[in-house]
Ligand binder design. Structure first.
Ligand code: HEC
Length: 368
């Protein structure tokens, strides 16, 4: 009997993935560092998965078709810091080099984005933040512009101009351009042997991001121009912890962000089929009407455990908005409640037992 109880207790246990980025301390200044700099040899790449964003469809049927079978991508990431500034290097496979041509407004470029929370108290929605908790998004895309003296040619004769932009997001459809001219932010992008190399360097603490322990969180995305990817149509990593080598603290955050739940996945799958598949499609389960609610096929990949839990118990904390009314004409995901406040049409499932919730969460974590 005693043994049984122990086993029962052990069915629900938490484990942490140890995948985080260790920023290596280097002498000198990492600000302005290029993607091909030798300094990068001091650090090793760690592989992270970036999940296709399918939860909200665009209103471009061609782009939706091109991305229909878009799979999970691997981004190799490393980081350096010099005490005051931090730099990230990303490397990802892309068999086609897509560069926006001058005067072509409908061509799509390859590129990448890096997202930082604007505050540290609450972890924002990884997919562009939400109304309450915004994120800063640094984006670099490849393009060709006219030659001028200052510009450099790469080996393949193309001048690659990095189109660098910084936005503040409070959810989809809310981008606010930020003037970063005096902010010491530089991004670089170079195509070599079937891979893109992209770098970002910035001050660790600046107008938008603070830092109070040895770790913080960040998320990465890559765009494939060939598939007409842009904005929210991209491959996205979950929040990833960055640990500053030699600075104490932050272990709690690292553990929290990588939390995995071990519970009864099979039972969770049954619970989802009964309670969630009327609204949500995910993987092969396509009972729900099209666009009734976000597609959950990769939600376990980009959503951390707390976010998944909160989505079930308090659907109003983060409201994923279906702003593309032309793509989703039949269903509104957000309604006005009696106080004229936005409210999700998703009901709370807080009536479920703790073990049912755990099983459901364990199942959701397999959706990736
Ligand atoms: C009545 C329809 C409905 C039901 C039933 C429903 N949901 Fe939702 N769900 C929605 C809508 C609409 C949204 C988008 C608005 C929001 O964020 O609340 C959403 C959002 C979500 C999200 C966030 C998705 C993202 O891309 O970030 C998750 C996770 C989720 N639901 C899980 C569930 C689970 C698990 C169940 C079953 C226990 C469930 N939902 C049942 C309608 C529903």
């Amino acid at each position: 009997m005693l043994v049984k109880t122990v086993c029962f207790i052990l069915i629900v246990c938490f484990a942490s993935a140890n995948d985080y980025i260790s920023a290596i301390k280097v002498p000198g200044n990492v600000l302005g560092i290029k993607a091909t700099s030798k300094a990068w040899m001091s650090a090793n790449f760690v592989n992270f998965k970036a999940y296709p964003m399918v939860n909200i469809k665009t209103n471009d049927s061609q782009a939706n078709r091109l991305n229909y079978n878009n799979g999970v991508k691997t981004i190799k990431i490393k980081a350096l810091y010099d005490g005051k500034n931090i730099a990230f290097l990303l490397k990802w496979r892309d068999t086609t080099e897509n560069i926006a041509k001058k005067l072509e407004t409908d061509s799509f470029e390859d590129g990448f984005g890096i997202e930082f929370p604007t505050q540290l108290e609450v972890i924002p929605y990884v997919n562009f933040g939400d109304r309450k908790y915004s994120v800063i998004y640094y984006e670099a895309k490849a393009g060709i512009v006219q030659y001028s003296k200052k510009q450099i040619f790469d080996n393949n004769k193309n001048y690659i101009n990095v189109k660098q932009e910084v936005f503040q997001y409070q959810g989809f459809n809310s981008s606010k351009k930020i003037n970063f001219k005096n902010s010491n932010i530089t991004m670089d992008l170079i195509y070599k042997n079937g891979y893109w190399l992209g770098s970002l360097s910035k001050q660790i603490v600046d107008k938008f991001s603070s830092q109070n322990s040895g770790a913080f969180i960040i998320s990465f995305s890559v765009y494939n121009g060939q598939n007409m990817q842009r904005g929210r149509l991209r491959n996205l990593t979950p929040w990833i912890a960055v640990k500053l080598e030699g600075v104490d603290g932050g272990e709690q955050l690292i553990n929290k962000i990588g939390e995995q739940i071990t519970a009864n996945v099979k039972n969770g799958e049954k619970i989802a089929l009964k309670n969630c598949s009327i609204c949500h499609v995910y993987k092969k389960v396509k009972n729900a009407p099209k666009y009734m609610a976000p597609d959950l096929s990769f939600v376990g990949g980009y959503g951390n455990l707390d976010y998944l839990k909160e989505s079930i118990l308090d659907p109003n904390r983060v409201q994923v908005e279906d702003f593309t009314k032309t793509a989703h004409p039949n269903f509104s995901w957000i309604e006005k409640n009696e106080n004229n406040k936005n409210s999700s049409i998703m009901p709370s499932f807080d009536w479920m037992s703790q073990s049912e919730i755990n099983d459901l969460l364990a199942f959701l974590q397999t959706l990736k």
